[in-house]
Design a protein around this ligand. Sequence first.
Ligand code: GDP
Ligand code: MG
Length: 327
Amino acid sequence: MSTEPSSPAQSPQDLEAMLAQALTSRAAAPAVPAQGQRCGLIAIVGKPNVGKSTLLNALVGQKISITSRKAQTTRHRITGIRTLGQAQYVFVDTPGFQTRHGNALNRSLNKTVLGAVGDVDLVLFVVEAGQFNLADAKVLGLLPPKVPALLIANKFDQIHRRSELAPWLRDMQARHDFAEFVPMSAKNAKDIERLLGLCDKYLPEQPWMYGADELTDRSERFMAAEIVREKLFRLTGDELPYTSTVIIDKYEEEGNLRRIAATIVVERDNHKGMVIGDKGEKLKRIGTEARQELESLTGSKVFLEIWVKVRSGWADDDARVRAFGYE
Ligand code: GDP
Ligand code: MG
């Protein structure tokens, strides 16, 4: 920061102006960076199930985006923040680009992906090492040509003959002008450190957008819905269609206690049975696991009640998709 002696902010008017500025949005932060601060937006993009959310959680150092073996787990844009020394990395996780169904939910997810890559300093384009198909190609086609992109060849732990990757790599380099090729595993701590190091030089010199200890821009209430949704997906396996969703009806804080009521919305009566399970056992487990995770996330005691409702056709209905919080 410039320390010009001619512009000290001492008079009451100056203080008032400073206060007013401090109270306006982060976007209006002063153009002069605080001494040496660097901060950049990094979008994590790729087709469903390549490991984007796993990568985001590892980069942030805490679980903030839910993951599962089921495709289409992530539905919203989620920001994860990591501050190391003077560098602040602001990662944006996106739902994988949806190509299979043209319904209202998927149209909304695609809009979220497009919004995320528009204005970033760096893109992490995630694929499974050794693989590239039409779905990957569609996401790659969305990358703005001027933003630097790293090719993240994830799940490298699953590749047994690494030498066989060379032709694939040449093929990938021909497809896009990647700034770097990063074979790695999102589950390997050393790889994550190395990736943070590679991203560092793309962070422009500018003031931080978040506090040094902030991890996400998402509210506890939002995280609660996501955690219930993750347990739902994990515990119901493949039989429950991905169109089921979770809404939070109540989120109350009383000192060191959270009272939360959630509704799982499914499309059909038989889906309701899958969620509730034999003698309510499945729903009970969803509730227990979600509560434990919420307790560790919030550091408080949690009372969680979960209801299940049938609302047929919600994923095909634009107005409902908006009402459930997808733009
Ligand atoms: P997303 O849809 O791209 O966000 O993918 P997720 O992060 O939800 O991960 C999809 C699946 O891939 C999960 O079962 C993860 O545990 C798994 N996964 C993610 N990264 C790795 C990795 O580096 N190696 C292996 N073996 N599995 C991974
Ligand atoms: Mg995801």
